[in-house]
Design a protein around this ligand. Structure first.
Ligand code: C3B
Length: 808
């Protein structure tokens, strides 16, 4: 029974909605398109969110609470409409109203584009942190780039990845507010020289190219509270629409060129994950949003602090998310000295006390280094400041720490005529952290060991987390309802409360519902697979899933080769007992990453071979789902039985899909890497399946130049068979996979795929035997949900607040 207030709310909503439809479409509801229906709902929701937004913002200006600004080149926010509706506690009202108006809510939600303003884990983590901070009611804002085109859309054509440009703004975007009055100017290029002004030597910066940075603000709404924070994304525009001087001279093309060169800065997100590209335009992007963001933060701070910057670092924390915003250090120095007139020493104190830095990877190819010449040319003043920071740092090492020249040059920000951005970030910050225990340990002992020895107190560890609102509550509503009926609602904001679910471990009725929910989620995913890939899969089979960026170190190849091996076993022995499996893959490869694209091709070739072989009798199915993004993840995570987290140990800094799967009751099949280790500790060894070399073992082999993959190959018939199949025409017209073959045998298998193969096979066999015992399987799945509390981004954000930003 609905209360009179609820009934009224629904009626009010319906009339507001009918009116809004007319406003956005000029049509009556009956004639409106799905897109108009979405736009109308989005506008109504945005109006409601905006009221709370203005209030939060006004409150922040009056309270003295320390504020955090998160600088990140990626924010992978995902679709927002459903999140806003649910966080407003409006879900029921909207659903009923839509139903009564004869509309399909899901179809309306599906009209929203999914902004791909990030590549993968790093960008999504930032979106999770923003959501958690708002839910915790903390003053916490994001600063990033308003890319016109986000990550490319992936199509699979003839088994291969084809990239299509993304256009998330094609229908306009209802959840942002353009704020031209808060624009700032960012300067590039130009010359610097010294001049005597009134007898004093002053430097002059001239002939620079000014670009206008215009902010777009998106509201970040807390769940069931009234906090709304901001994500500020900067867009580049020409200072004047046309360069009038050129235009008047009749040089129309030049005038237009100026406009498009300015806009080019925020045209597109670089599609590399865990790799630094080294392109000038990327460096431009990095400086662009750092400069614009800092200028605004500092000017706002002055406005509310009597123009005084003295206690800036007590009231503001500026967080550098990976090295892409590492120019925060020198840029802050520049603003404080050149624009605000502070001395070097005063500026340095404020800068260092405000800045904190998180590293997200130890892969050498991802550690950013910029040529000195490029930096000098593009941002000459910033380069001057970096040089001086480095000089003073070297001096302090020499005088205070007593280091010799060799030791100093190993820690230098400028090395081999390149600027090492991680070194820059560490020197300019007072805190450095890794994103899981193992990763932080590797940073201290290997990657940044020299700095760690000098400043052990600066090093911290904060394990990543994910928001349970998006990755459980809103995407697995049946499980949400079962949990809430069983243990109340407290868990939604305190995920540790899920441990109370363990009370139900022997409750048959609970177990039955829990398993039925998983099955229903698998059926939902099966429909999606049928619709997208025209493949029929069996929802009763084990759903074994690996979804993430395609990268050699993540080892989708190990997974694929295992599937090929299973296929061989079934072909050799068709009557063997076999637990049906559905292997599901999804993920994008960087467009220039040839080997990753070959892996996609191989997975699709194996799918074609296995899915169409009648001898297999549908016992194995292989599916590669195109265009993995946040929205697709929300259908996939709830449907998984097995979460594949099989990176070479020591290479995956943390991983976060492992947490999303776990919350939804999947069992991790993983190496002892990144946050897998902490999942192992949380659920206990009975409730996870691990395999493979440890990170110490991997390092041990690496120090000897690797292991001998040929030896492993020669001693293992199964491996010999699958290796031959890569090049013997097994895949027919889909081609041979010589480069994969070569990388494993000729180039000695850098990622230890063959070395870990047997151990992986053993782990997969263990899974089969566990899956047959339904009670045991339920128990494991329940443990995974119940002990996922520490993997909430609420916990992660609180850890940062306590350990890193010292805000609470
Ligand atoms: C990723 C890492 O690869 C993951 O292990 C980690 O969980 C996430 O960051 C979040 O910390 N990462 C990424 O997505 N992009 C990079 N450039 C570097 C790391």
């Amino acid at each position: 029974m609905k209360s009179p207030t609820q009934l009224k709310e629904i009626e009010d909503f319906k009339s507001a909605y009918i009116k809004k439809i007319e406003e956005v479409s000029g049509e009556y509801l009956a004639l409106s398109s799905h897109l108009n229906q979405y736009q109308a709902l989005a506008e109504i929701v945005m109006e409601k969110v905006a009221t709370q937004w203005a209030k939060t913002s006004a409150q922040y200006d009056t309270i003295p609470h320390k504020r955090v600004y998160l600088f990140s080149i990626e924010f992978l926010i995902g679709r927002l409409l459903k999140s806003y509706v649910n966080s407003l506690n409006w879900e029921e009202t909207v659903k009923i109203a839509m139903h009564e108006l004869g509309l399909d809510y899901q179809t309306i939600l599906d009209q929203e584009t999914d902004p791909g303003l990030g590549n993968g884990g790093l960008g999504r983590l930032m979106a999770c942190f923003l959501e958690s901070a708002a839910t915790l009611g903390l003053p916490f804002h994001g600063n990033g780039i308003h890319y016109k085109h986000g990550l490319f859309e992936q199509k699979i054509i003839n088994g291969e990845q084809v990239e299509v440009s993304d256009n998330w703004l094609r229908n306009g975007y209802p959840f942002e507010i353009r704020k031209p009055n808060e624009s700032v100017i960012v300067k590039f290029y130009g010359d610097i020289h010294y001049e005597k002004v009134n007898g004093a030597l002053t430097f002059v910066y001239e002939n620079y190219e000014p670009i206008l940075a215009v902010p777009y603000d998106l509201p970040v709404k807390g769940y069931h509270n009234s906090t709304v924070n901001s994500l500020r994304l900067w867009s580049a525009e020409p200072l004047d629409e046309f360069d009038l001087l050129s235009f008047n001279k009749g040089q129309f093309i030049d005038a237009v060129r100026h406009k498009s060169e300015a806009e080019a800065i925020t045209q597109i997100l670089y599609p590399n994950d865990n790799e630094a590209g080294g392109k000038l335009l990327r460096l431009k992007q990095e400086y662009f949003f750092v400069c614009a963001g800092l200028k605004r933060i500092i000017s706002r701070f002055k406005r509310f602090n009597q123009n005084c910057l003295d206690d800036f670092s007590e009231k503001i924390a500026i967080h550098i998310n990976d090295t892409h915003p590492a120019l925060c250090g020198p840029e802050m120095m520049r603003i404080l000295m050149d624009d605000e007139g502070l001395s070097w020493n005063d500026a340095w104190k404020i800068t260092q006390n405000s800045l904190t830095f998180t590293n997200h990877t130890v892969l050498p190819e991802a550690l950013e280094k910029w040529p000195v010449e490029m930096m000098k040319f593009l941002i000459p003043r910033i380069y001057m400041i970096i040089e001086e920071i480095n000089r003073q740092f070297g001096e302090s090492l020499r005088l205070k720490a007593g280091l010799n020249e060799l030791q100093i040059s190993a820690l230098s920000i400028i090395q081999d005529n390149q600027i090492n951005m991680a070194n820059l970030a560490i020197v300019c910050s007072h805190s450095v952290n890794g994103v899981a225990e193992l990763h932080s340990k590797i940073l201290k002992e290997e990657t940044f060991n020299g700095y760690y020895k000098l400043f052990p107190e600066r090093f911290h560890s904060v394990t990543n987390g994910v928001t349970p609102r998006r990755f459980l509550i809103n995407c697995n509503t049946n499980l949400r309802d079962l949990i809430t009926e069983s243990i109340g609602t407290e868990w939604i904001k305190n995920l540790y409360d899920l441990e109370n679910l363990m009370r139900f471990k022997n409750d048959l009725a609970f177990a039955k519902r829990f398993c039925q929910i998983k099955l229903d989620n698998k059926i939902r995913l099966s429909h999606y697979i049928k619709q997208q890939n025209q493949i029929v899969v069996n929802p009763e089979s084990i759903f074994d899933i690996q979804v993430k960026r395609i990268h050699e170190y993540k080892r989708q190849l190990l997974n694929a080769l295992h599937v090929l091996h299973l296929y061989n076993c079934l072909k050799a022995n068709p009557n063997q007992e076999f637990i049906p499996r559905t292997f599901i893959f999804a993920g994008k490869a960087a467009p220039g990453y040839y080997f990753a694209k070959e892996i996609i091709k191989l997975i699709n070739a194996i799918a074609e071979l296995v899915n169409n072989d009648p001898a297999i009798h549908d016992r194995i199915k292989v599916v590669f789902l195109a265009n993995f993004n946040v929205s697709l993840g929300e259908i996939i995570y709830p449907a998984a039985n097995i979460s594949e987290q099989i990176s070479t140990a020591g290479k995956e800094a943390s991983g976060t899909s492992n947490m999303k799967f776990m919350m939804n009751g999947a069992i991790t099949l993983g190496t002892m890497d990144g946050a897998n280790i902490e999942i192992y500790e949380a659920v206990g060894k009975e409730n996870i399946v691990t395999f493979g070399l440890s990170s110490d073992e991997v390092t041990h082999y690496e120090k000897q130049g690797g292991y001998s993959s040929i030896e492993v190959y020669e001693s293992n018939e199964h491996i010999q068979k699958i290796m031959h199949q890569l090049i013997d025409g097994t895949f027919g017209h889909l081609g041979n996979f010589q480069s994969i073959y070569d990388s494993l045998l000729l180039y000695n298998d850098t990622y230890f795929i063959l070395k870990d193969f047997d151990s992986y096979l053993g782990a997969q066999k263990r899974i089969n035997s566990i899956f047959q015992d339904k009670t045991k399987w339920f128990n494991m799945a329940l443990h995974n949900v119940a002990y996922s509390g520490r993997f909430s981004s609420d916990r992660a954000v609180l850890d940062y607040q306590k350990k890193i930003w010292k805000t609470i």
